[in-house]
Design a binder for this molecule. Sequence first.
Ligand code: HEM
Length: 590
Amino acid sequence: MLFTADTDSIVREVVRQRLRFSWVKWVKLSHPPLRLTGTLSGKLQPSATMALVDLLENVNLVSLALGIPALVILGHVIKWFLDPHKIREYPGPFFAKFTDLWLGHVAANGHRSEVVHKLHKQYGTFVRIAPNHVSISDPLALQIVYAHGNGSLKSEFYDAFVSIRRGLFNTRSRPEHTRKRKIVSHIFSQKSVLEFEPHVRLYVGQLIKQWDRLYDAGVKGLSGEEGEGGWRGRDGRVWLDCLPWYNYLAFDIIGDLAFGAPFGMLSACQDAAPVAVSHEKAMASYGTSGIEEEIKVVHIPAVKILNDRGNFSASLGVLPSWMRPLAKQLPWFRQGQQAVKDLAGIAIAAVAKRLAMPVDRVDLLSKLQDGRDDEGKQMGREELTAEALTQLIAGSDTTSNSSCAITYYLAKNPHVQKKLQKELDETLANEDDPVTTLEQVKRLTYLQGVIDEALRIHSTSGIGLPRIAPEGGLTIGEHFFPEGTILSVPTYTIHRDAEVWGNDPEAFRPERWFEQDQKAIQRTFNPFSFGPRSCVGRNLASMELLIIVSSILRRFEFVLEYPDKPFDTVEGFLRKPVECNVGIKRRAQA
Ligand code: HEM
């Protein structure tokens, strides 16, 4: 035997001494003013410091291990007992009453909307999902919690999304938001958005060309590696996962619009974007011509990084601020922090490249550069980059997830697909260009019904977006919530409210849009949120979806590779499809 009783007790003593030494050293080193300046005015006196040192010398590991969790639990129970926001009456999961860790755990698992939906089914309209957070599944609450002029602000949740500096999406200051929104909303007016249409059409055309090429090879029985997961020709179709292709499309569109050049994902058939190795150097170089070669970049998978970043921020954001630095030490969160940094690096590299080559074109960046606030001030370079990054994040996978979901539901429901194609064929019978224009398709009612129905059933923004009840509180029906309470209305759940949508809310049925009470539908349909913080890019997103869906569905017919497999999703801030494997056939009419 290697250890005798004696050696064991020697080892124990050494460990004990070391522990004592490090505690004492820590107190002595980190609190010198306690010893030197202790007065009666509240600071510890020398004797108090020594008493603390004595105490720590006598603390053993076991009491620490038991004491700290006990104190933390006690703190949570006391808070529950004091009930500062008067929400104890609301039902919810046991642990959610005491700690934010319950929601943090649910968020990190990737199915928050579904979990909260089940809770509403179990408990009713009001559910406590965190010690200070009530989820409300009443569509009428949308008009109160998110309304213009109600004074509610975004909660601390959004702090976890800040990188470079606060942007339009994550600022929590009303004056700062008003200033930014004034500049940015001009950029997305319907008139401005029309100027972006040629850029959108260009990349939709590129996607069609790529799928045409793969289809031509696929009918010959060939296969290839392009697109994550590759493609295979079989039974007169090409089989592939359409999600990465929609991601390439959305990234190239927003890259072009926000930074003056596409990321080149569609042409490379690959998820790769350049990121600046040194953010500082890249930002310092802004506006310096010829700098392009000097900015060192590496290529990283932007779509993957965007996903990691969304999952990280949405899970971190539900934890209280004091817990976040601790959580960031965990390996999963560390990876998320790297994703935040890398994503910022993509925007920094792209803005540096664009500003180094002044171009005479109208796009989001040129409009951001020209924008002025009420005092006539333009954005500085850091703010400009933060806003370009905001648009990259907000305007990329939102569109691609939605396009993917629309394709999935059309492939799953062939009769709906046929009905849509009939509408497209009749309207576009004399058009040769495979890429439609907004003018051609904006009044097609069934097309709009298909898009809206997919955004209802798969709203990429599904979670209840958290807002803080303002001074004076908020009243919802007969329920009063005092100032400081966090409230949210879960889009996933209100999009399944049978009173509004009919008895089959889980079914994909565009016809419901023509049958149900229009007023109730419009009040409840919430894919772009509502009020002052609603999606500023909605006009652009709607145009993109109309052009993408009409062009792609006119050209191709889709079937699901695994018809019985459920549509798998994973949710960070957005609810995203995991994959969508389809068989594509070029249509005879196209
Ligand atoms: C189908 C596509 C899209 C959907 C479903 C969508 C949805 C949303 C939602 C739900 C919000 C509110 C987020 C919150 O309160 O936390 C939002 C905000 C925002 N969206 Fe979109 N979005 C889409 C496309 C776009 C595009 C294309 C852009 C711009 C290029 C964009 C830019 C923004 C910005 C900047 C905000 C923050 C607005 C503010 O706080 O004032 N979005 N979006």
